[in-house]
Design a protein around this ligand. Structure first.
Ligand SMILES: [Zn+2]
Ligand SMILES: [Zn+2]
Length: 373
């Protein structure tokens, strides 16, 4: 599964950059705040940069350029390309190429951030070591036709240095009229912000493939996590995203915390985005039912392989009964869909989702009851 890494494969450019950013963010930025304080301008600029660069990755690099989940006007594309570069996560073209490989080969060797190679590898290891052989970037021919994307590809590092580090330093200087202001802009809105946004992106590749639920596909390592969505502008619903990658929403339920989804919807209302792609509700429910049945079947297999004990028969009986009932509502749902000419209403979808969730709760109860015996 994992090939041995050699010292020759260390990407020194990335490694030194990451170490300097980490050191300045963890030591330099807090020291600056202790010695010089933090006024509302510096704080406001930091928050602006976190949102602008973070959402340029999630809305721009990810949902727009990687998955073509909507179409955006040139000002939106230009904004996300400039501020996306400021996140120091590579050009959009390279980022998209890696990400498309991740989706195509999830949980396989060709996945650049394959979680099976370990949490640290998926989080940051794959950046600190050169990929061998280097992927040919032959999966982004569509983006090569976009002049703005190619402009950013050529000038990525210059844009990142100027807009991501120099501009906040100059603004800090102009605000406070001294080098202390410039240093604050550089450390807080520059380096600390790069660290925060990068870690947020990296956690999607590591934690979102480790912790959380799998309500849409139980065979993938990708997980849904409300907690992660809070730190990733809504990208925490990663199990849904892996199952339906072309949907502009990651948190598909109305109550899911997905600021990137809300931003895309708002851009559409402002006439700056169009052709938002949505997976039909019926398809989503079918995926939920399928995942619930798979989870129950896996649990049944696990218990059947256990040595005989006094509760084993009872657990098997409960699980078989549950699988039968999940299959029942699955067939009922297919029959109802066959009778309908139009897509399900939101209320109807909610009812079927609720029935599926109840079955999953029952599965969790069975697991708890028999693991606690
Ligand atoms: Zn993933
Ligand atoms: Zn994706």
């Amino acid at each position: 599964m994992t090939s041995k890494l050699s010292f020759d494969q260390v990407d020194w450019h990335n490694t030194i950059f990451m170490m300097v950013v980490c050191l300045l963010a963890v030591v330099g930025a807090p020291a600056y705040i202790i010695f010089f304080g933090l006024d509302w301008f510096q704080l406001g600029m930091f928050l602006f940069y976190v949102v602008a660069t973070g959402m340029s990755i999630t809305l721009g690099y990810h949902r727009l350029f990687s998955h073509l989940s909507f179409k955006a006007s040139w000002p939106v594309r230009l904004f996300t390309l400039i501020f996306g570069a400021c996140a120091f996560e590579n050009s959009a073209l390279k980022w998209v190429s890696d990400h498309r490989l991740h989706h195509k080969h999830t949980d396989h060797d060709e996945d650049p951030y394959d979680i099976r190679k370990g949490f640290i590898w998926a989080h940051i290891g794959w950046i600190l070591f050169r990929q061998d052989p280097t992927p040919p970037m032959d999966n982004v021919t569509d983006l090569r036709k976009d002049k703005l994307v190619m402009w950013q590809y050529r000038w990525d590092k210059v844009i990142a240095l100027v807009a991501g580090l120099l501009v906040p330093s100059i603004l800090g200087y102009l605000w406070q009229g001294s080098w202390v202001g410039a240093l604050g802009g550089f450390l807080i809105s520059g380096v600390l912000r790069i660290f925060v946004v990068q870690q947020s992106t990296f956690f999607i590749n590591s934690l979102c493939h480790t912790v959380g639920r799998r309500p849409y596909c139980s065979n993938s390592s990708a997980r849904d996590s409300f907690l992660m969505s809070l730190f990733t502008f809504g990208e925490g619903y990663h199990n849904y995203h892996h199952e339906f990658q072309h949907d502009y929403r990651n948190g598909v339920k109305p109550w899911n915390f997905d600021p990137t989804k809300w931003a895309i919807w708002t851009l559409e209302k402002l006439g700056l985005a169009k052709d938002l792609r949505r997976v039909p509700r019926s398809k989503i429910i079918l995926a939920e039912m399928h995942a619930a049945r798979n989870s129950a079947e896996k649990e049944l297999q696990r218990i059947e392989q256990l040595p005989d004990c006094d509760w084993k028969e009872k657990a098997i009986k409960s699980l078989k009964n549950l699988i039968e009932r999940i299959q029942g509502i699955y067939e009922e749902f297919i029959a109802e869909m066959g009778k309908r000419k139009s897509e399900l209403s939101r209320r109807c979808m909610h009812n079927w989702s609720r029935k599926t969730r109840q079955m999953l709760d029952e599965l969790a109860d069975i697991r708890f009851q028999f693991s606690a015996t």
